[in-house]
Design a protein around this ligand. Sequence first.
Ligand SMILES: *Cc1c(COP(=O)(O)O)cnc(C)c1O
Length: 359
Amino acid sequence: MLNFTVGPVMSNDKVRAIGAEQVPYFRTQEFSEVMFENERLVKKFSNATKDSKVVFLTCSGSGAMEAAIMNTLNKNDKALVINGGSFGQRFVELLKLHEIPFTEIKMEHGKALKPEHLAPYEGKGYTAFLLQKHETSTGVHYDIDLVSSFCKRNGCFLIVDTISSFLTDSFDMEALGADIMITGSQKALACPPGIAVMVLSPSALIRIANSKSCCQYFDLKLALCNQERGQTPWTPAVSVLLQINERLKEIDAEGGVQVEINHVARMASYFRNKLREYRLPFEIVSESLSNAVTPLHPTTQSAYEIFLKLKNEYGIWICPNGGDMKDTIFRVGHLGDLKEKDYDKLIKAFVDLKNKQFI
Ligand SMILES: *Cc1c(COP(=O)(O)O)cnc(C)c1O
């Protein structure tokens, strides 16, 4: 199996070996040390301020998106949210569900964020801003500097979903003045699914302390007070936390977050150059690409049919899209344990499909 989806992605051998071991009991000093190390390295790689905190929730990334909203926003807020695809839509639905007043900035699929998108909301009393740094469904990497300066000018609390862009594109929490950063174990961390990671700024900690949580399991006050001793309120996905620890230490030992980002960037440009070299009938549909994903519109065949063909006949997984993008867009991911030779195999399969006039 060769997996180019956007998560779960391919894990390296050391990470997989941890998954094969017995799961240790976790209310121990040893496990607490692992959790402290995870917190320290996540803070380092996101450039969070010293007084920021990290929590590890046992849920997928979406759980942390919901926890962020439940624990830091309330009916007195007035939120702005970028909606450029499935994940932006998820924020919109969560804001509705939790009855947070908001305005949606609806982005056309594939389009970059420009100053004119934000200009109408300047000085209008907005208190919070939510966005995906990288909208994975359409492969659009939004201009986070633009959003950050808007938030600084307008005093907005900034919640950033970096679920697919943490470790693939740079993110400097302190410079951006971001208040919450969210990621998940199965994207660029390249571990199995099961853990969502949240980095919380001092202002986020104040909002959490003052919030009246409507849910026990996702009450971040409990998560924070347990993380003080390297623990979680409930049994976590212990193995995944150990796997995350392995990955974070590897990245650190290999030179840190920029080296990791450079690797992902190299994979992305290797693949994009090959696409041009072999004149494959695919158009890149995003105006603003991240390193994480290449979103493609096939001009001669349904995207979903190409996904099925590669999966069933070549043992290769590309990432299909859902909803109204099912037939028009597929994505090729650059996350996880992938090398140039893996992209050579994928390109070979595409060329084969072209020769057979399937595409
Ligand atoms: C994958 C992803 C999510 C959802 O994460 P789950 O782990 O599937 O809940 C949210 N936002 C972005 C940008 C993603 O890429």
